[in-house]
Design a protein around this ligand. Sequence first.
Ligand code: HEC
Length: 107
Amino acid sequence: MRSGWVARSVLTTAVLVATSAFAADAIDPNALKRLVHQDCGSCHGLSLKGGLGPDLRSETLEHYDPEVLTGVILDGIPDTAMPPWRPLITEEEAEWIARYLLEQEAQ
Ligand code: HEC
């Protein structure tokens, strides 16, 4: 019983390591969309129309360069509730999210 549990947790750890190694070099658009709508959405609204944080729809963000927007996502906005995402996502993922936000169809 107990040794079965240990074997299973070792297996789970191996799977987690394999998954994060994969995530380091591959963009997973579905995972990133989920992150945008759930995690960003927890402040910016599930449909990104604004909540605690401002509206993130493309027409509101069109004054941003993709590079500047990527920087806002990676480093957050100091002295506000907008957190830095650098600890959680790669620069490539932040850039993907910036382009995703800028290219969304007007809703
Ligand atoms: C804990 C709440 C919170 C979360 C989670 C959050 N934000 Fe924000 N965000 C804010 C707040 C508050 C502001 C407004 C800061 C200010 O007063 O300038 C903001 C501002 C922004 C801005 C600037 C908007 C503009 O019009 O200039 C962008 C872009 C942005 N957030 C993107 C994101 C993205 C992308 C995510 C998810 C990866 C995210 N945010 C997650 C709270 C949050």
